[in-house]
Design a protein around this ligand. Sequence first.
Ligand code: SAH
Length: 273
Amino acid sequence: MLSKSQIKQILKDRNLKPTKKFGQNFLINQKPIQQMIIAADINPNDTILEIGPGLGALTQELITTGAKIIAQEKDRNLVAVLKEQFKTVENLEIIEGDARAIVGNKNFCSLQFKVIANLPYYLTAPIIRQFLEAENPPELMVFLIQKQVGQRICAKPPRMNLLAVSVQLYATPKIINYVSQKCFWPMPEVDGAIIKIMPHHEKTGATTDRERFFKIVRAGFSHPRKILISNLADGLNMNKNDLEKAFTTLAIPLKSRAENLAVAEWIKLAKNL
Ligand code: SAH
């Protein structure tokens, strides 16, 4: 793994600086890298998509697993560094481009693959959503993201939130470990968390009418201080008595707030309203 001074030197030699816009915080500690690799449970038959390889801290360890690694990096200056550094490596393909375009990529429509990344903050929600809603979702995803976002994704009742419902409709997320901000250079403002997201086999997401489901969930969370029935009555233009009847039938307490409901209850509600 590259040390902080080696990273600085590589960038300096090429007249480059870490780019904030691309969320460049390079890993300078081996521990989170090992934890991510273990969490991804990699074997040599796997195809792994790495998003944002940067200067290759994680890539370096991924290639030693023997799996086929496809690394997609948006910053063309870093692509040049990576191509030079890994030019003799056979199980690595480096692609220049925006990771948000991958979901539509034909190569990933039929492939069985896993995703791994130390993700820039701005990509966290779009990337997770795109992969979970894809026709052919990954087998699993392991991400290093902001600690607070990781906790929000893994929340349970009575602390549910819109992001948690959006992820847990499709997958089971789990915090693997927290990562100190000191493990990165430049140092980000907050600590990180490694999360593992395991898509459901039964594809609950696919059998649910997505648009309707999220219309109801968004209405439910629209005013966090109000009880759920009031939010649904306002947001969906429904009669409170009808809502109370539906809640009673589904055995959901009438005074529930949106953050009290687990995904299974949202699914029941969406089917019955
Ligand atoms: N994996 C490296 C770098 C992580 S920093 C490490 O852990 O050290 C995040 C990386 O994502 C940067 O290299 C950044 O250039 C890249 N990146 C940012 N936006 C991207 C996008 N839309 N698609 C692909 N890569 C992106």
